[in-house]
Structure formats: C-alpha cells, structure tokens
Design a binder for this molecule. Structure first.
Ligand code: SF4
Length: 336
C-alpha cells in the first residue's frame, strides 16, 4: 500500500451517490482517477453498510465512495480520546476509514466496510462547525478522528479547504492528526494558533509490526521537522503505547531521539496513551483478524474498555513521564 492515496491505482472502483456526482469535490476527485471504473449508487450506505463484508479483502483491494453527508456533521468527542484541556471537544468526519491499515486501529471494529467514504459537501460541514464553535468559548475540533485526513490531501485538499475557511474563527482550534509523509500542507498553510498539526509517532519496531501501509517512523519525523521549519507549533502523539511488545527501553530511547530532532520550544504539547479499545469493536476485530496476536491476547476491562492492567499502565506511565519531562514541562504532557 502506498504512503498516501495519490496513486491512481489506489482504488479499484469509485462508487458515486447520484446527489454527489456534480459537486466540485467529486469532480475534482474523479479527474484524478480517470481510469477507475465508476458505479452510480443511490446512497453510500447501500454499499458501505452491507452485511458480511470481507473487510480484510477490502483493505487489500480498496474502493472509494463519494457521498453527501446529510448530517449531523459535528459530534462530541468520545471519552477514550484526549481533550487536551479544552472544555469543548468535538470531531467531524469528512472521510470515513483510512488509507493505512494499522493492526490496532479501532476503525476496523467500528465500520462494516473498509472502503473509504469521502463526503463532498464541505460547505455543510464548515457551516455546522461554525455553528457549534459559536456556542463555546474555546473548542477543539478533531478532524482526523475517523481517518488520516492529511494522507488524502493529494486526492482532495480537505486540510487546506478547512484551514482556509475556519482559521480565523474565534476560539476554534482545528487538529489534524497524521501518520502521513505528506509535507506540502506544512509549507502551504501559514502557521496559526488555531491550526494544530499532530504527529502520531511510534518506535520503529512498533511501526514495523503494527502500522501496515503507513509511512515509517523516519518519514513521519521528517514531516514533523518540515512543519517545525515552516513555523508550526506541533503536537506529538505517543499513542498507542504497547506493553510487552518491545523492551521498555526502546520507548525511552525513542523519546530521546524524537526530542533531539524536534526542538521542545516548537512542541505545543504531547499526548501519551496506551493501546485501548471499546469491547464491542475489539470483539468485531478479533473475529475478522483471527491471525492477530494483538486481538488474541488477554486484557483488563474497565468501563467496557479493554487495555493493559491498571497496575502495569501506572508503572510504565510514571517511567515514561519521567523521561518525557526531561524534554517538555509536565503540564504540556497529557495522559490517558
Ligand atoms: S493511521 Fe490512524 S486511522 Fe489510519 S489505520 Fe492507522 S490508527 Fe487507524
């Protein structure tokens, strides 16, 4: 799988809702894939929500669905996500599913299909985001919650579109989280307090083992360096952390490497969270990935969320925080 979805062989089929076919976003995307077979459909759910789809097969042979999202367009952020101290935390999903195929990704358990849905009615999203933001003094909006939005940028520039439209909205912070190697957005989008690029970083051993199809650690560090060089204050996401997969020393060395390359004064904050998953998503993935050691292991369940044992996490979290605090003030490190 390529490191972004700009390659014209990426999609085997493009499904297009009748109501989406003439929209500027659809026309832009279709122009990028002139040779991919097209199928017109009534509603994206007719394809996306079909029962008994083979999501592992679909991950190998992807399709794209262009659709109109009638709404709602903005949702309250879930408990298992970090809100970084914002009182109001919301997310919006212009894309469903992700070009990458991380073994630990919750999306595999959440959706009945691995096909990517791209919503074409960006103006409706922008209007709904403005309306929601107007009700809060300060609001964090996660835009890569159900996807990796920057990885789609070469197919349709959602990041640029949203940044241009919303960068001056008072009190609104947009977060774009990514494992993508795309760097053009960092040089083309002017730095702003309201636009936050977040980089998901893992030690090479973890990335190689679990983050299938995603750019490697080196490419992500390079992308983060590019963002900093362009003047952005970035967020680092050390999430998910695994216990027992690698000697814990690997994480400590990795933090030292990250902060030797990314100056702390350019880091707005960092998150640290362990592998965790809602019980029903976990069950769905365990069924579709019987070969996965990750989904065959035993975990502790707390409030319907599976993760490592509380004691183990407490111990490792304290160790990691001690190391991270060598580089960043503790109040800039958010844990889950
Ligand atoms: S990059 Fe994120 S959204 Fe994409 S597959 Fe990996 S964990 Fe899931």
């Amino acid at each position: 799988m390529s490191s972004d979805i700009s390659g014209t062989r990426r999609f085997r089929t493009i499904y297009i809702e009748e109501t989406a076919r003439e929209s500027p976003v659809a026309l832009h995307i279709l122009k990028r894939f002139p040779d991919v077979p097209r199928v017109f459909i009534r509603n994206y759910k007719d394809v996306f929500n079909r029962p008994r789809q083979d999501t592992r097969w679909q991950a190998r042979y992807p399709a794209l669905i262009l659709a109109v999202q009638p709404g709602p367009h903005v949702f309250p952020g879930p408990e298992v996500c970090q809100s970084f101290g914002f009182k109001a935390f919301f997310y919006a999903s212009l894309l469903l599913n992700c070009p990458f195929d991380c073994e630990y990704c919750f999306l595999q358990g959440m959706y009945p299909s691995a096909y990517t849905v791209a919503f074409v009615n960006t103006d409706d999203f922008i209007r709904s985001i403005r309306e929601e933001a107007a009700q809060h003094e300060s609001m964090l909006l996660a835009l890569s919650y159900d996807t990796d939005l920057p990885a789609f940028e070469n197919t349709f520039p959602y990041v640029r579109t949203l940044s241009d439209a919303l960068r001056n909205h008072p009190g609104l912070t947009l977060e774009f989280r990514s494992k993508s190697a795309v760097t053009s957005i960092y040089t083309e989008i002017p730095p702003s307090e309201n636009i936050l690029f977040a980089f998901s970083l893992s030690p090479r051993e973890i990335a190689g083992r679990f983050e299938n199809g995603a750019p490697g650690t080196e490419a992500r560090l390079h992308a983060a360096e590019t963002a900093i060089a362009a003047g952005h204050h970035i967020r680092l996401c050390f999430d998910p952390i695994f216990i027992g997969e690698v000697p814990d020393r690997v994480y400590e060395d990795f933090y030292a490497e990250v902060f030797s390359r990314l100056p702390a004064e350019n880091i707005r904050d960092a998150s640290h969270g362990f592998f965790r998953m809602n019980r029903s998503f976990f069950g769905n993935i365990a069924k579709s990935r019987p070969d996965s050691r990750l989904f065959a292991a035993d975990y502790e369940v707390k409030d319907d969320v599976l993760s490592f044992s509380q004691d183990q996490m407490h111990l490792i979290r304290e160790k990691h925080l001690d190391v991270l605090a060598r580089y960043l003030p503790k109040e800039k490190i958010f844990t889950l």
